[in-house]
Design a protein around this ligand. Structure first.
Ligand code: F6R
Length: 608
């Protein structure tokens, strides 16, 4: 979390940094700041607000600056305030940081004994003082960085300006991403290519322990013991068109939900050949033939996609599949065996817990397949095999189209596996492909276009303090995702339960008019779901159902029905996803929430 950008070159650094920070705001938006070299001296500007406020403050910089560092923060240590905002400065240097220095209180105590004092509550200020201390001794930026990082425990991406080395920026990373960029006008360092993709045509992803130094005319890379090493540049193919909302949509979340049909289609086409799943260029056939058990691990929405994936994998291939959140999986000493494979799902490809789970599995020699949306991410780089999803850039903090493409990839993977295990025939596979085709060609769009009942339901939710979601089988996974989406962008408390579980305790919370959203798409469970609905209805619940348009048995017991086109059960999660995302969206809109940037959140969670 937190976004970093640094620049040294011929353009005005202030402008480039502000633009870069705007692109990086998805990584955190609690506060922002920058240090730029003007002719005379380094100048630091900070705000407790967002990048837009920083931009307003920066208008007063009279002189052009040709080098600088910038930061947009997601607070870990210390509340969002101007004092805690980055850069943290000393008389010798200025530092921006993404990550957590876990032993910061130990280091702070040690530095206090050496006479240093602190003004902020952050771990970053401790890092700044330690680098300052070591620079005073060594008078060499790279040596000071090596000496300091040897004392850090935790994760860090640091960019540092030393006042005595104008127009140069130094950087180092461990477990938090940093990318170098090169353009005709200068050099860049940033948390993500998007920060400089308008300018730079080539990039290099720094590895853990590497140190870089950029100046107007040069860019150097050092090993962790300070030896120079060659940079192997990659071509930057990232297009920035996805960063524009366009006049049609009010915000990115609505735009991204509307992009789902295309995103699913692109992902489907990239992973199929003649309507059959085609993973032969990605995953060795033998791996699929010999696999005995699958572990899926991920966080948040990606974890919910993983649960849906479990349903697909077990249903179609009968291979047991265990799904766990990455933060738990990595510390659970998971039981693994030689014929296991692990699937890591991540939109950003940078989520700290998912990356740590991946590394743990690689240490054990378990083959790792990642399902990743961001090209060139850490998870992609470190996986054995990567299934790329084609959602395009997702900007809104609440994940929407990424979920749809993740379940597309998982359904196709499950089909491929089932064919390899002789559990389904190619013909059956083609039928599933035809269902996916119908879904992206018509059904998702129909849900998005016919949203009147969703808006009516949103009116009800916007007046509620507490909401319950229920469902059975894969519908219960969608219920969990629906609840997350609602909480995330509306701040309404909500809970999701498998429908049969409610009466084991939670039903005591149901009062007159408590909204219960029943997701019921699976014909197999219509009778059971109707009974569960009746149970809460008789206790006063207001029932909003999400069900196929022909599911009269469910509609009859609902106050509002959000209907989705009738389809086969494997593809209901696609249309249900669009419906529940829009439900959260319209509720948040009625409540006047900051939909793309909900409070306390960031898009890429790079701390554990
Ligand atoms: C919720 C949301 C998060 C992410 C989670 C994992 O809308 O976006 O729950 O799904 O932080 O992120 P990735 O997929 O980037 O690993």
């Amino acid at each position: 979390m937190c976004g970093i950008i640094a620049y040294s070159g011929n353009e005005n650094a202030g402008d480039i940094i502000i633009n870069g920070l705007q692109a990086l705001e998805y990584r955190g938006y609690d506060s922002a700041g920058m240090t730029v070299f003007t002719k005379e001296k380094p100048l630091t500007i900070k705000t407790a607000g967002r990048v837009l406020q920083l931009k307003e403050k920066a208008v007063n910089i009279a002189e052009k600056s040709f080098c600088g560092i910038g930061h947009t923060r997601w607070a870990t240590h210390g509340k969002p305030s101007e004092t805690n905002a980055h850069p943290h400065t000393t008389e010798l240097l200025s530092v921006v940081h993404n990550g957590i220095i876990e032993n910061y209180s130990e280091l702070r105590e040690k530095l206090s004994k050496d006479g240093y004092s602190f003004t902020s509550e952050t771990d970053t200020e401790v890092a700044a003082r330690l680098i300052h201390h070591n620079f005073r001794e060594t008078q060499n930026p790279v040596e000071a960085i090596i000496k300091s990082t040897a004392e850090f425990r935790g994760s860090y991406a640091l960019c540092i300006i030393f006042n005595s080395v104008p127009d140069h920026v130094f950087a180092v990373r461990k477990d938090s991403p940093l990318i170098l960029g090169k353009s005709k006008s200068g050099h860049f360092i940033a948390s993500d290519i998007s920060a400089f993709s308008d300018y730079a045509d080539t990039f290099y992803r720094m590895a853990d322990g590497e140190i870089s130094e950029i100046s107007k005319s040069d860019i150097k890379l050092y090993t962790d013991n300070g030896e120079l090493k060659e940079i192997i540049w990659n071509k930057n193919t990232e297009s920035d068109t996805q960063m524009n909302i366009s006049s049609v949509f009010k915000n990115f979340m609505l735009k991204e939900i509307n992009e789902e049909p295309d995103a699913v289609k692109r992902t489907f086409l990239s992973l199929t050949k003649d309507s059959l799943p085609c993973f032969s260029d990605i995953i060795p056939e033998n791996l699929l033939k010999t696999v005995k058990r699958i572990h899926i691990t991920a966080c948040g929405t990606a974890y919910h996609a993983g649960l849906t994936g479990k349903y697909y994998i077990e249903k179609l291939s009968r291979i047991p599949c265990n799904v766990e959140t990455a933060g738990e999986f990595r510390y659970s000493d998971p039981i693994t065996d030689k014929n296991d494979i692990v699937i890591i799902i991540s939109q950003s490809g940078e989520t700290a817990d998912s990356l740590a789970a991946l590394r743990l599995m690689k240490e054990r020699g378990i083959p790792v397949i990642s399902i990743v949306n961001s090209v060139g991410s850490s998870i992609e780089a470190e996986s054995d095999y990567t299934i790329r999803t084609s959602a395009g850039r997702e900007v809104s903090v609440a994940s929407t189209k990424a979920f749809s493409v993740q379940i597309t990839a998982l359904l196709l993977f499950a089909c491929e596996l089932a064919v390899k295990k002789n559990k389904i025939t190619e013909d059956e596979c083609r039928k599933i492909s035809a269902q996916i085709n119908k879904t992206y060609s018509y059904d998702i769009q129909e849900v998005i276009s016919c949203s009147k009942s969703i808006r009516n339901a949103a009116e009800v939710l916007s007046e509620s303090d507490e909401v319950f979601f229920i469902g059975r089988s894969y519908d219960s996974y969608l219920a969990t995702e629906a609840s997350l989406k609602l909480k995330e962008i509306t701040y309404i408390n909500s809970q999701a339960y498998p429908a049969a579980e409610l009466k084991h305790g939670t039903i005591s919370l149901i009062e007159q008019n408590t909204p219960v959203i029943a997701i019921a798409t699976n014909t197999m469970f219509f009778d059971k779901m109707r009974s569960n609905i009746e149970e809460v209805r008789s206790r006063g619940a207001f029932i909003i159902s999400v069900c196929p348009c022909d599911a009269d048995i469910i509609k009859e017991v609902s106050d509002i029905s959000i209907t989705i086109p009738a389809a086969e059960k494997l593809v209901y999660p696609f249309t249900t996803a669009a419906a529940i995302q829009l439900l959260a969206y319209y509720t948040a809109e009625i409540m006047g929430r900051d939909i793309d940037k909900p409070r306390n959140l960031a898009k890429s969670v790079t701390v554990e």
